[in-house]
Design a protein around this ligand. Structure first.
Ligand code: HEC
Length: 157
């Protein structure tokens, strides 16, 4: 699990030097970005993914708030809520539609939250937790730059 950290650092370094970053759309303000790969989901699948996403956001919010209060027990708890064990079962039909890159980024995100939770509990270092959160969130940025949910077909009129 620890072996992914250098990869995150490499990604974070890339992000800090935009000339080397490969994030479509990130430097094209004012222009709609159509280069993200469309994920063709039915409405249930889209709702499932979006719900997981909002849970990610809730965890991030709780982690930041708790770290600011130096409540590292709460940081660990909030990060665990976004970890692998807490990840909801992906319905088989949805899983089959997910590109490998998407699954890898999703998995790395859950694992990153688990690492953050473990270190927050054992080391109690709020600054480290923020550093790790920044690394985990590079996955959010990368995936959002690469994929979009294709509009579900409107009902026939
Ligand atoms: C593996 C890919 C992937 C990762 C990793 C990922 N997201 Fe997302 N996220 C998506 C996609 C795809 C959408 C839908 C975008 C669209 O509407 O086209 C989305 C949408 C969202 C939304 C909007 C949800 C809604 O109700 O419309 C939020 C909030 C969000 N993500 C937060 C996060 C946060 C925070 C992280 C990291 C902790 C994260 N995501 C990591 C792929 C990802």
């Amino acid at each position: 699990m620890r072996r992914i950290v250098p990869l995150f650092l490499a990604l974070a370094t890339l992000a800090a030097h935009p000339t080397g970053a490969s994030e479509p759309g990130s430097h094209q303000h004012g222009k709609p970005d159509d280069s993200r790969k469309p994920l063709v989901f039915n409405s249930e699948e889209a709702a499932h993914v979006r719900q997981e996403m909002r849970l990610f956001l809730v965890s991030v919010k709780k982690i930041v708030t708790a770290a600011a209060d130096n409540d590292m027990k709460m940081v660990a708890e909030a990060a665990s809520e976004a970890g692998l064990a807490a990840a909801h079962q992906v319905p088989a039909g949805l899983r089959a539609k997910l590109p490998l890159e998407f699954k890898q980024l999703g998995h790395a995100t859950h694992v990153g939250f688990d690492d953050l939770a473990r270190d927050a509990a054992s080391l109690g270092d709020a600054n480290l937790a923020m550093k790790q959160l920044g690394q985990v969130m590079q996955n959010c940025v990368s995936c959002h730059a690469s994929f979009r949910i294709a509009a579900t077909k409107a009902k026939a009129r």
